[in-house]
Design a protein around this ligand. Structure first.
Ligand code: NDP
Ligand code: HSE
Length: 441
Protein backbone atom coordinates (compact mmCIF):
# COMPACT_ATOMS: atom_id res chain seq x y z
CA UNK A 1 0.00 0.00 0.00
CA UNK A 2 1.29 3.50 -0.83
CA UNK A 3 2.45 5.52 2.15
CA UNK A 4 0.34 8.48 3.23
CA UNK A 5 2.27 11.45 4.61
CA UNK A 6 0.84 12.90 7.83
CA UNK A 7 2.20 16.22 9.06
CA UNK A 8 1.98 16.87 12.79
CA UNK A 9 2.43 20.13 14.71
CA UNK A 10 3.28 20.03 18.39
CA UNK A 11 2.62 22.76 20.94
CA UNK A 12 4.56 22.35 24.23
CA UNK A 13 8.07 20.93 24.04
CA UNK A 14 8.36 19.79 27.68
CA UNK A 15 8.50 16.31 29.18
CA UNK A 16 5.78 14.68 27.08
CA UNK A 17 6.41 16.88 24.03
CA UNK A 18 10.02 15.67 23.93
CA UNK A 19 8.82 12.06 24.15
CA UNK A 20 6.43 12.57 21.25
CA UNK A 21 9.13 14.24 19.13
CA UNK A 22 11.51 11.37 19.90
CA UNK A 23 8.95 8.67 19.01
CA UNK A 24 7.87 10.33 15.77
CA UNK A 25 11.43 10.92 14.58
CA UNK A 26 12.96 7.63 15.72
CA UNK A 27 10.06 5.29 14.98
CA UNK A 28 8.76 6.81 11.72
CA UNK A 29 9.92 3.83 9.64
CA UNK A 30 8.45 1.23 11.99
CA UNK A 31 5.17 3.13 12.19
CA UNK A 32 5.06 3.44 8.38
CA UNK A 33 5.69 -0.29 7.98
CA UNK A 34 2.80 -1.07 10.33
CA UNK A 35 0.27 1.56 9.29
CA UNK A 36 1.34 2.93 5.88
CA UNK A 37 1.38 6.35 7.53
CA UNK A 38 4.58 8.39 7.29
CA UNK A 39 4.45 10.71 10.32
CA UNK A 40 6.39 13.93 9.97
CA UNK A 41 6.98 16.41 12.76
CA UNK A 42 6.54 19.60 10.78
CA UNK A 43 6.56 22.19 13.54
CA UNK A 44 7.18 22.38 17.31
CA UNK A 45 5.93 25.45 19.17
CA UNK A 46 7.14 26.43 22.64
CA UNK A 47 7.47 29.75 24.40
CA UNK A 48 11.04 28.80 25.24
CA UNK A 49 13.16 28.02 22.18
CA UNK A 50 16.52 28.39 23.94
CA UNK A 51 16.73 25.88 26.80
CA UNK A 52 18.45 22.61 26.01
CA UNK A 53 16.02 19.69 25.50
CA UNK A 54 16.37 15.95 25.65
CA UNK A 55 15.59 15.67 21.94
CA UNK A 56 17.34 17.40 19.06
CA UNK A 57 15.09 18.73 16.30
CA UNK A 58 16.08 19.46 12.72
CA UNK A 59 16.83 23.14 12.04
CA UNK A 60 13.80 25.35 11.55
CA UNK A 61 11.29 23.07 13.29
CA UNK A 62 11.24 24.76 16.73
CA UNK A 63 9.47 28.10 16.90
CA UNK A 64 7.72 30.34 19.39
CA UNK A 65 5.21 31.45 16.76
CA UNK A 66 2.03 29.36 16.84
CA UNK A 67 0.84 30.96 13.60
CA UNK A 68 3.44 28.86 11.78
CA UNK A 69 1.35 25.86 12.78
CA UNK A 70 -2.09 27.45 12.47
CA UNK A 71 -1.42 28.90 9.02
CA UNK A 72 0.11 25.77 7.52
CA UNK A 73 -2.76 23.92 5.82
CA UNK A 74 -0.57 20.91 5.15
CA UNK A 75 -0.45 20.16 8.90
CA UNK A 76 -3.47 18.00 9.68
CA UNK A 77 -2.97 17.30 13.40
CA UNK A 78 -2.15 19.65 16.27
CA UNK A 79 -0.90 18.12 19.52
CA UNK A 80 -1.44 20.27 22.61
CA UNK A 81 1.04 19.42 25.38
CA UNK A 82 1.25 22.77 27.15
CA UNK A 83 -0.91 21.78 30.13
CA UNK A 84 -3.14 23.96 32.32
CA UNK A 85 -6.47 25.45 31.40
CA UNK A 86 -5.76 28.99 30.19
CA UNK A 87 -3.34 29.14 27.27
CA UNK A 88 -4.01 25.49 26.43
CA UNK A 89 -7.73 26.12 25.94
CA UNK A 90 -7.08 28.98 23.52
CA UNK A 91 -4.52 26.86 21.68
CA UNK A 92 -6.94 23.94 21.25
CA UNK A 93 -9.76 26.24 20.10
CA UNK A 94 -7.45 27.91 17.57
CA UNK A 95 -6.21 24.56 16.27
CA UNK A 96 -9.81 23.34 15.78
CA UNK A 97 -10.88 26.57 14.14
CA UNK A 98 -7.86 26.34 11.84
CA UNK A 99 -9.23 22.97 10.68
CA UNK A 100 -6.85 20.69 12.56
CA UNK A 101 -7.68 17.61 14.56
CA UNK A 102 -6.40 17.82 18.12
CA UNK A 103 -4.54 15.24 20.18
CA UNK A 104 -3.96 16.03 23.85
CA UNK A 105 -3.00 14.65 27.27
CA UNK A 106 -4.56 17.61 29.06
CA UNK A 107 -7.00 16.07 31.55
CA UNK A 108 -7.38 19.30 33.55
CA UNK A 109 -8.63 21.11 30.47
CA UNK A 110 -10.95 18.27 29.38
CA UNK A 111 -12.41 17.82 32.85
CA UNK A 112 -13.18 21.51 33.11
CA UNK A 113 -13.93 22.64 29.56
CA UNK A 114 -14.45 19.32 27.74
CA UNK A 115 -17.96 20.14 26.53
CA UNK A 116 -16.98 23.51 25.08
CA UNK A 117 -14.01 21.98 23.27
CA UNK A 118 -16.03 19.01 21.99
CA UNK A 119 -18.69 21.42 20.75
CA UNK A 120 -16.07 23.48 18.90
CA UNK A 121 -14.62 20.31 17.36
CA UNK A 122 -18.05 19.13 16.17
CA UNK A 123 -18.82 22.59 14.78
CA UNK A 124 -15.59 22.57 12.78
CA UNK A 125 -15.92 18.95 11.66
CA UNK A 126 -12.78 17.98 13.58
CA UNK A 127 -12.06 15.55 16.40
CA UNK A 128 -10.22 15.57 19.71
CA UNK A 129 -8.36 12.43 20.80
CA UNK A 130 -7.30 12.19 24.44
CA UNK A 131 -6.21 8.66 25.32
CA UNK A 132 -3.08 10.03 27.06
CA UNK A 133 -5.16 12.11 29.46
CA UNK A 134 -5.93 9.16 31.76
CA UNK A 135 -3.42 6.70 33.16
CA UNK A 136 -0.50 7.63 30.87
CA UNK A 137 0.47 4.75 28.61
CA UNK A 138 -2.48 2.49 29.47
CA UNK A 139 -5.10 2.42 26.69
CA UNK A 140 -7.87 2.75 29.26
CA UNK A 141 -10.21 5.08 27.38
CA UNK A 142 -10.39 2.86 24.30
CA UNK A 143 -10.54 -0.10 26.66
CA UNK A 144 -13.73 1.17 28.28
CA UNK A 145 -15.27 2.69 25.19
CA UNK A 146 -14.58 -0.11 22.76
CA UNK A 147 -13.41 -3.20 24.62
CA UNK A 148 -16.15 -3.01 27.24
CA UNK A 149 -18.86 -1.59 24.96
CA UNK A 150 -21.18 -4.54 25.61
CA UNK A 151 -21.12 -4.01 29.37
CA UNK A 152 -22.89 -1.83 31.85
CA UNK A 153 -20.03 -0.55 33.99
CA UNK A 154 -20.90 -0.82 37.67
CA UNK A 155 -17.71 0.22 39.41
CA UNK A 156 -14.14 1.25 38.89
CA UNK A 157 -11.29 1.43 41.38
CA UNK A 158 -8.16 3.08 40.06
CA UNK A 159 -4.67 4.17 40.96
CA UNK A 160 -4.52 6.94 38.39
CA UNK A 161 -1.84 9.29 39.66
CA UNK A 162 1.73 8.12 39.15
CA UNK A 163 3.23 10.81 41.37
CA UNK A 164 1.12 9.87 44.41
CA UNK A 165 1.63 6.19 43.84
CA UNK A 166 5.38 6.75 43.58
CA UNK A 167 5.36 8.78 46.82
CA UNK A 168 3.24 6.28 48.79
CA UNK A 169 5.22 3.30 47.45
CA UNK A 170 8.54 4.88 48.43
CA UNK A 171 7.26 5.92 51.87
CA UNK A 172 6.06 2.32 52.37
CA UNK A 173 8.93 0.26 51.03
CA UNK A 174 11.94 2.59 51.24
CA UNK A 175 10.95 4.48 54.37
CA UNK A 176 11.41 7.76 52.45
CA UNK A 177 9.94 11.01 53.72
CA UNK A 178 7.13 12.66 51.76
CA UNK A 179 9.13 15.69 50.47
CA UNK A 180 12.03 13.50 49.34
CA UNK A 181 9.73 11.16 47.40
CA UNK A 182 7.83 14.07 45.83
CA UNK A 183 11.03 15.74 44.70
CA UNK A 184 12.16 12.50 42.99
CA UNK A 185 8.78 12.15 41.26
CA UNK A 186 9.24 15.70 39.94
CA UNK A 187 12.76 14.96 38.69
CA UNK A 188 11.48 11.85 36.90
CA UNK A 189 8.90 13.97 35.03
CA UNK A 190 5.83 12.39 36.64
CA UNK A 191 4.45 15.42 38.46
CA UNK A 192 2.32 18.21 37.05
CA UNK A 193 3.90 21.66 36.64
CA UNK A 194 1.93 22.45 39.82
CA UNK A 195 2.43 19.30 41.95
CA UNK A 196 -0.32 20.31 44.38
CA UNK A 197 -2.66 19.01 41.67
CA UNK A 198 -1.10 15.57 42.12
CA UNK A 199 -0.80 15.37 45.90
CA UNK A 200 -4.07 17.21 46.57
CA UNK A 201 -6.00 14.66 44.48
CA UNK A 202 -7.09 17.19 41.79
CA UNK A 203 -5.29 15.39 38.97
CA UNK A 204 -6.95 12.09 39.93
CA UNK A 205 -10.30 13.90 40.00
CA UNK A 206 -9.74 15.22 36.47
CA UNK A 207 -9.08 11.68 35.29
CA UNK A 208 -12.05 10.22 37.20
CA UNK A 209 -14.34 12.86 35.68
CA UNK A 210 -13.28 11.77 32.18
CA UNK A 211 -13.36 8.02 32.88
CA UNK A 212 -16.65 8.09 34.80
CA UNK A 213 -18.30 10.17 32.12
CA UNK A 214 -17.39 7.57 29.49
CA UNK A 215 -18.08 4.55 31.71
CA UNK A 216 -21.37 5.64 33.29
CA UNK A 217 -22.68 7.78 30.43
CA UNK A 218 -23.44 10.92 32.41
CA UNK A 219 -21.98 14.38 32.29
CA UNK A 220 -19.71 14.60 35.33
CA UNK A 221 -18.70 17.91 36.87
CA UNK A 222 -15.62 18.21 39.04
CA UNK A 223 -17.89 19.32 41.90
CA UNK A 224 -19.54 15.91 41.78
CA UNK A 225 -16.31 14.32 43.00
CA UNK A 226 -15.27 14.18 46.65
CA UNK A 227 -11.52 14.86 46.79
CA UNK A 228 -9.03 14.29 49.58
CA UNK A 229 -5.30 14.18 48.81
CA UNK A 230 -2.26 12.58 50.42
CA UNK A 231 -0.60 15.74 51.78
CA UNK A 232 -1.11 14.86 55.42
CA UNK A 233 -0.29 11.15 55.22
CA UNK A 234 2.41 10.14 57.70
CA UNK A 235 4.79 7.18 57.62
CA UNK A 236 3.39 6.17 61.04
CA UNK A 237 -0.07 5.55 59.60
CA UNK A 238 1.32 3.63 56.63
CA UNK A 239 3.20 1.52 59.17
CA UNK A 240 0.29 0.90 61.59
CA UNK A 241 -2.05 0.14 58.68
CA UNK A 242 0.58 -2.27 57.38
CA UNK A 243 0.63 -4.07 60.72
CA UNK A 244 -3.12 -4.52 60.43
CA UNK A 245 -2.85 -6.04 56.94
CA UNK A 246 -3.41 -2.97 54.77
CA UNK A 247 -1.52 -1.08 52.09
CA UNK A 248 -2.14 2.64 51.47
CA UNK A 249 -3.08 3.87 47.98
CA UNK A 250 -4.68 7.01 46.60
CA UNK A 251 -7.76 5.58 44.92
CA UNK A 252 -10.13 7.04 42.36
CA UNK A 253 -13.45 5.30 42.89
CA UNK A 254 -16.57 5.41 40.76
CA UNK A 255 -19.63 3.30 41.63
CA UNK A 256 -23.13 3.14 40.23
CA UNK A 257 -25.79 1.43 42.36
CA UNK A 258 -28.94 -0.35 41.20
CA UNK A 259 -30.91 2.91 41.41
CA UNK A 260 -28.29 4.59 39.18
CA UNK A 261 -26.94 6.70 42.03
CA UNK A 262 -23.31 7.47 41.34
CA UNK A 263 -20.59 7.81 43.94
CA UNK A 264 -17.34 9.46 42.85
CA UNK A 265 -14.43 9.96 45.20
CA UNK A 266 -10.69 10.37 45.45
CA UNK A 267 -9.09 9.65 48.81
CA UNK A 268 -6.24 7.82 50.49
CA UNK A 269 -7.49 4.28 51.00
CA UNK A 270 -6.28 1.33 52.99
CA UNK A 271 -6.76 -1.78 50.87
CA UNK A 272 -6.03 -5.40 51.77
CA UNK A 273 -2.40 -6.28 51.10
CA UNK A 274 -3.46 -9.27 49.01
CA UNK A 275 -5.69 -7.20 46.72
CA UNK A 276 -4.26 -6.96 43.18
CA UNK A 277 -4.11 -3.16 43.36
CA UNK A 278 -1.84 -3.38 46.42
CA UNK A 279 1.03 -4.66 44.30
CA UNK A 280 0.86 -1.70 41.88
CA UNK A 281 3.89 0.37 42.82
CA UNK A 282 5.95 3.38 41.75
CA UNK A 283 4.66 5.38 38.79
CA UNK A 284 2.55 2.44 37.63
CA UNK A 285 -1.21 2.90 37.43
CA UNK A 286 -3.96 0.31 37.42
CA UNK A 287 -7.71 0.45 37.08
CA UNK A 288 -9.98 -2.39 38.10
CA UNK A 289 -13.34 -2.22 36.32
CA UNK A 290 -16.45 -4.25 36.98
CA UNK A 291 -18.70 -4.82 33.96
CA UNK A 292 -22.07 -6.55 33.86
CA UNK A 293 -20.94 -9.25 31.42
CA UNK A 294 -17.18 -9.42 31.74
CA UNK A 295 -16.89 -9.30 35.54
CA UNK A 296 -13.60 -7.78 36.69
CA UNK A 297 -11.04 -6.42 34.22
CA UNK A 298 -7.80 -4.82 35.31
CA UNK A 299 -5.72 -2.44 33.22
CA UNK A 300 -2.11 -1.99 34.32
CA UNK A 301 0.91 -0.07 33.10
CA UNK A 302 3.05 3.03 33.46
CA UNK A 303 0.79 5.93 34.31
CA UNK A 304 3.16 8.86 33.93
CA UNK A 305 6.45 9.93 32.41
CA UNK A 306 7.84 10.98 29.07
CA UNK A 307 7.76 7.82 26.94
CA UNK A 308 4.65 6.02 28.33
CA UNK A 309 2.59 9.16 27.78
CA UNK A 310 4.16 9.73 24.36
CA UNK A 311 3.13 6.17 23.48
CA UNK A 312 -0.54 7.06 24.02
CA UNK A 313 -0.20 10.39 22.17
CA UNK A 314 1.38 8.80 19.09
CA UNK A 315 -1.24 6.02 19.13
CA UNK A 316 -3.89 8.76 18.99
CA UNK A 317 -2.05 10.56 16.17
CA UNK A 318 -2.12 7.30 14.19
CA UNK A 319 -5.81 6.74 15.01
CA UNK A 320 -6.67 10.27 13.90
CA UNK A 321 -4.67 9.89 10.69
CA UNK A 322 -6.37 6.57 9.91
CA UNK A 323 -9.77 8.20 10.39
CA UNK A 324 -10.70 6.00 13.35
CA UNK A 325 -10.84 8.86 15.84
CA UNK A 326 -13.25 10.84 13.68
CA UNK A 327 -15.63 7.88 13.64
CA UNK A 328 -15.32 7.35 17.39
CA UNK A 329 -15.65 11.05 18.03
CA UNK A 330 -18.95 11.28 16.17
CA UNK A 331 -20.38 8.79 18.66
CA UNK A 332 -18.58 10.07 21.70
CA UNK A 333 -19.34 13.17 23.65
CA UNK A 334 -18.22 14.12 27.05
CA UNK A 335 -21.83 15.26 27.14
CA UNK A 336 -23.04 11.75 26.99
CA UNK A 337 -25.86 9.36 26.27
CA UNK A 338 -27.97 10.11 29.36
CA UNK A 339 -29.85 13.34 28.96
CA UNK A 340 -30.84 13.47 32.63
CA UNK A 341 -28.39 14.69 35.24
CA UNK A 342 -26.48 12.06 37.21
CA UNK A 343 -27.75 11.37 40.72
CA UNK A 344 -24.63 11.95 42.75
CA UNK A 345 -24.35 10.29 46.15
CA UNK A 346 -23.12 12.63 48.91
CA UNK A 347 -19.97 11.62 50.76
CA UNK A 348 -21.87 11.79 54.10
CA UNK A 349 -23.92 8.79 52.94
CA UNK A 350 -20.88 6.67 52.13
CA UNK A 351 -20.80 3.44 54.10
CA UNK A 352 -17.32 2.01 54.45
CA UNK A 353 -14.84 0.87 57.09
CA UNK A 354 -12.48 3.34 58.73
CA UNK A 355 -8.99 3.43 60.25
CA UNK A 356 -8.82 5.92 63.11
CA UNK A 357 -5.59 6.85 64.95
CA UNK A 358 -5.63 8.81 68.18
CA UNK A 359 -2.69 10.10 70.20
CA UNK A 360 -4.02 9.37 73.68
CA UNK A 361 -2.71 10.14 77.17
CA UNK A 362 -1.30 6.92 78.62
CA UNK A 363 -3.57 6.76 81.69
CA UNK A 364 -6.40 4.58 83.06
CA UNK A 365 -9.82 4.77 81.43
CA UNK A 366 -8.80 6.30 78.10
CA UNK A 367 -9.73 3.27 76.02
CA UNK A 368 -13.09 3.14 77.79
CA UNK A 369 -13.71 6.84 76.99
CA UNK A 370 -12.89 6.26 73.33
CA UNK A 371 -15.11 3.17 73.21
CA UNK A 372 -17.96 5.16 74.76
CA UNK A 373 -17.75 7.91 72.12
CA UNK A 374 -17.73 5.35 69.32
CA UNK A 375 -20.65 3.43 70.88
CA UNK A 376 -22.66 6.67 71.29
CA UNK A 377 -22.22 7.26 67.56
CA UNK A 378 -23.26 3.66 66.75
CA UNK A 379 -19.78 2.76 65.49
CA UNK A 380 -18.68 -0.82 65.93
CA UNK A 381 -14.95 -1.55 66.41
CA UNK A 382 -13.51 -4.33 64.27
CA UNK A 383 -9.84 -4.15 65.32
CA UNK A 384 -7.50 -2.24 67.63
CA UNK A 385 -3.76 -1.73 68.03
CA UNK A 386 -1.79 0.09 70.71
CA UNK A 387 1.98 0.46 70.94
CA UNK A 388 3.69 1.24 74.22
CA UNK A 389 4.70 4.84 74.91
CA UNK A 390 5.73 6.07 71.46
CA UNK A 391 4.34 9.59 71.27
CA UNK A 392 5.39 12.93 72.81
CA UNK A 393 4.22 13.95 76.32
CA UNK A 394 3.41 10.46 77.55
CA UNK A 395 1.00 9.75 74.71
CA UNK A 396 0.45 6.49 72.90
CA UNK A 397 -0.91 5.88 69.42
CA UNK A 398 -4.24 4.07 69.61
CA UNK A 399 -5.39 2.66 66.29
CA UNK A 400 -8.93 1.46 65.75
CA UNK A 401 -10.58 -0.03 62.68
CA UNK A 402 -14.35 -0.03 62.36
CA UNK A 403 -16.99 -2.21 60.81
CA UNK A 404 -18.87 -0.61 57.88
CA UNK A 405 -20.20 2.72 59.12
CA UNK A 406 -21.84 5.75 57.59
CA UNK A 407 -19.37 8.61 56.97
CA UNK A 408 -21.62 11.13 58.78
CA UNK A 409 -21.45 9.06 61.99
CA UNK A 410 -17.66 8.88 61.84
CA UNK A 411 -17.40 12.63 61.22
CA UNK A 412 -19.53 13.24 64.33
CA UNK A 413 -17.47 10.76 66.40
CA UNK A 414 -14.20 12.42 65.34
CA UNK A 415 -15.54 15.78 66.57
CA UNK A 416 -16.46 14.18 69.92
CA UNK A 417 -13.09 12.42 70.24
CA UNK A 418 -11.27 15.66 69.49
CA UNK A 419 -13.00 17.25 72.50
CA UNK A 420 -11.69 14.65 74.98
CA UNK A 421 -8.86 16.09 77.08
CA UNK A 422 -7.10 12.73 76.94
CA UNK A 423 -6.76 12.93 73.14
CA UNK A 424 -3.79 15.15 72.36
CA UNK A 425 -3.94 15.83 68.62
CA UNK A 426 -6.60 15.77 65.93
CA UNK A 427 -7.65 12.19 65.20
CA UNK A 428 -6.37 10.77 61.91
CA UNK A 429 -9.03 9.04 59.84
CA UNK A 430 -8.42 7.03 56.66
CA UNK A 431 -11.08 5.06 54.79
CA UNK A 432 -10.61 1.32 54.39
CA UNK A 433 -11.85 0.15 50.99
CA UNK A 434 -12.79 -3.50 50.60
CA UNK A 435 -12.41 -3.88 46.83
CA UNK A 436 -14.32 -6.87 45.52
CA UNK A 437 -12.27 -9.40 43.57
CA UNK A 438 -13.50 -11.77 40.93
CA UNK A 439 -11.89 -15.09 41.80
CA UNK A 440 -12.05 -18.47 40.16
CA UNK A 441 -13.89 -21.12 42.13
P1 NDP B 1 5.84 20.36 30.87
O1 NDP B 1 5.65 21.47 31.83
O2 NDP B 1 7.06 19.51 30.99
O3 NDP B 1 5.80 20.91 29.36
C1 NDP B 1 4.97 21.96 28.94
C2 NDP B 1 5.75 22.78 27.90
O4 NDP B 1 4.88 23.74 27.31
C3 NDP B 1 6.91 23.55 28.53
O5 NDP B 1 8.04 23.45 27.70
C4 NDP B 1 6.36 24.97 28.58
O6 NDP B 1 7.38 25.94 28.56
C5 NDP B 1 5.54 25.01 27.32
N1 NDP B 1 4.54 26.07 27.30
C6 NDP B 1 3.91 26.66 28.34
N2 NDP B 1 3.02 27.57 27.89
C7 NDP B 1 3.10 27.56 26.55
C8 NDP B 1 2.45 28.28 25.51
N3 NDP B 1 1.52 29.20 25.78
N4 NDP B 1 2.80 28.04 24.23
C9 NDP B 1 3.73 27.10 23.93
N5 NDP B 1 4.40 26.38 24.88
C10 NDP B 1 4.08 26.61 26.16
O7 NDP B 1 4.53 19.45 30.96
P2 NDP B 1 4.37 17.91 30.61
O8 NDP B 1 5.03 17.61 29.34
O9 NDP B 1 4.70 17.11 31.80
O10 NDP B 1 2.79 17.82 30.47
C11 NDP B 1 2.12 18.26 29.29
C12 NDP B 1 0.67 17.85 29.36
O11 NDP B 1 0.60 16.43 29.44
C13 NDP B 1 -0.10 18.35 30.59
O12 NDP B 1 -1.42 18.60 30.22
C14 NDP B 1 -0.02 17.18 31.56
O13 NDP B 1 -1.09 17.18 32.47
C15 NDP B 1 -0.14 16.03 30.60
N6 NDP B 1 0.40 14.77 31.06
C16 NDP B 1 1.65 14.70 31.58
C17 NDP B 1 2.19 13.49 31.95
C18 NDP B 1 3.55 13.35 32.54
O14 NDP B 1 3.90 12.24 32.95
N7 NDP B 1 4.36 14.40 32.58
C19 NDP B 1 1.41 12.26 31.81
C20 NDP B 1 0.08 12.43 31.26
C21 NDP B 1 -0.38 13.65 30.91
P3 NDP B 1 7.96 26.47 29.98
O15 NDP B 1 8.54 25.27 30.64
O16 NDP B 1 8.96 27.48 29.59
O17 NDP B 1 6.77 27.02 30.72
N1 HSE C 1 1.08 14.04 37.07
C1 HSE C 1 0.41 12.92 36.51
C2 HSE C 1 0.68 11.71 37.37
C3 HSE C 1 0.91 12.66 35.12
O1 HSE C 1 1.56 11.76 38.23
O2 HSE C 1 -0.02 10.71 37.22
C4 HSE C 1 0.15 11.57 34.42
O3 HSE C 1 -1.16 11.97 34.16
Amino acid sequence: MAEKKVKVGLVGFGTVGCGVAKLITEEADAIAAKTSLRLELACVVDIDTQSPRLVKLADGILTNDINRLLDDDTIQIGVELVGGTDAAKQIQLKLLEAGKDVVTANKALLAEYGNELMHCAHKNGRCIAFEASCAGGIPIISGIRTGLAANEIRAMYGIVNGTCNYILSNMTSKNEDFPEALSQAQKLGYAEADPTLDIGGGDSAHKLAILASIAFGYEIALDDIFVEGIESISKDDICYGGEMGYCLKLLAIGQKDKDNRISLRIHPSFIAKDNRLASVNGSFNAVSIFGSAVGQVMYYGRGAGMMPTASAIVADIIDVALGNSATTFRHLCLKPRNQTAALIEKIDNLVTRFYIRLMAKDRPGVFAQVGKVLAENAISISGALQHEGQGPDNTVPVVITTHPTRQSKVTAALEDLDKLDTICSRPVCIRIVDIPEDKEG
